[in-house]
Design a binder for this molecule. Structure first.
Ligand code: GLU
Ligand code: ZN
Length: 309
């Protein structure tokens, strides 16, 4: 690691921050701030069906209460349509994407599952099977081995046929997550993508998009993720994680997240987040972070399971 890291935290506004998202926020904040670098907040509010408008404010209030301050204006993905359209035009022009008219149901029936869920079998690669339908756009993922060098998880690789061709624009016109995050990370000048390890397989696609769009390739550092109490699932809003409540006690969850990331607890409980973060910054050691258990999507239904299980 050399130079100043530009990092980001990119929550989806589907609920308040919970302990799992606090780990990602704190880990990426520390990795950037420990180098004197910048840290951006991006709100991943692309999906109108899942985004809850009030949560964009709730999340910002929570981050501020934890002392996790960001630089510059908040970037809202819902306002980035022009940038995504320009990137899509480029992918279309180079033949990197193709029209797919398959429905979710058609794809789901008999699908194999990989680390990102149901694998699209490439049915429309040679042309859409139902040209009369509205089409999604999919990225043609080059066949063969794809490798990600991750500072925490080590080298991780997968075959393209375990991932498949993913959607970069949905049938309803909404930009796909991988394209949006790739365009926005470049726009913000992000040098290091620090986030939960459930997104490590997604790096394969984002890396490919960076290449296809001639964007810089940021470094990857995927943090261990918090598990549900029964150990089968990633702790998330969907699996019932409790919101963290910094208005009540901002210090305890911060210190817990710090310890979860393999760092040594402070000798005395700090009084405020600011006091804790000032103490923590010069002591942050990324090499102490345990890789943890990485979770992958399992069988039908797409639930997460421990990799290798
Ligand atoms: N918005 C995504 C999420 O909440 C994270 C995107 C990213 O960090 O690349 O899971
Ligand atoms: Zn198709």
């Amino acid at each position: 690691m050399n130079g100043r890291i530009i990092g980001r935290f990119a929550p989806s506004p589907t609920g308040p921050l919970h302990f799992g998202s606090l780990i990602a926020a704190l880990g990426s904040w520390l990795s950037a701030r420990a180098t004197g670098g910048r840290w951006h907040l991006r709100i991943d509010d692309l999906d109108p069906d899942r985004s809850i408008a009030a949560m964009t404010n709730t999340i910002q209030v929570q981050l501020e209460a934890f002392g996790l301050t960001w630089d510059g204006p908040v970037l809202y993905q819902s306002e980035r349509g022009d940038a995504y359209a320009a990137a899509l035009d480029r992918l279309k022009a180079s033949g990197a994407v193709y029209r797919c008219t398959c429905t979710r149901r058609e794809i789901g029936a008999g699908a194999r599952y990989g680390p990102l869920g149901a694998i699209y079998a490439g049915t429309c690669r040679g042309g859409p099977t139902h040209p009369e339908r509205a089409a999604a756009l999919r990225l043609r993922l080059p066949a063969g081995r794809h490798e990600i060098a991750d500072r925490i998880q080590g080298t991780w690789s997968t075959d393209a046929d375990r991932i498949g061709d993913v959607i970069v624009r949905r049938r309803n016109g909404v930009t796909g997550y991988h394209l949006a995050t790739t365009v926005d990370d470049a726009f913000l000048g992000v040098t290091d993508i620090v986030r939960g390890s459930d997104l490590l397989p997604a790096a394969v696609i984002q890396n490919e998009l960076q290449r296809q769009l001639d964007l810089p390739a940021p470094a990857w550092a995927h943090l261990p993720v918090m598990m549900t109490p029964d150990g089968t699932d990633k702790l998330s809003k969907q699996t019932g994680a409790q919101a963290v409540d910094p208005a009540h006690d901002p210090v305890t969850p911060l210190v817990d997240a710090w310890c979860f990331l393999g760092q040594t607890a402070p000798p005395e409980t700090p009084d405020t987040p600011a006091e804790f973060l000032a103490w923590a910054l010069p002591r942050w050691e990324e090499t102490r972070i345990p890789p943890g258990e990485r979770l992958v999507a399992g069988g039908p239904g797409g639930g997460l399971r421990r990799e290798g299980a």
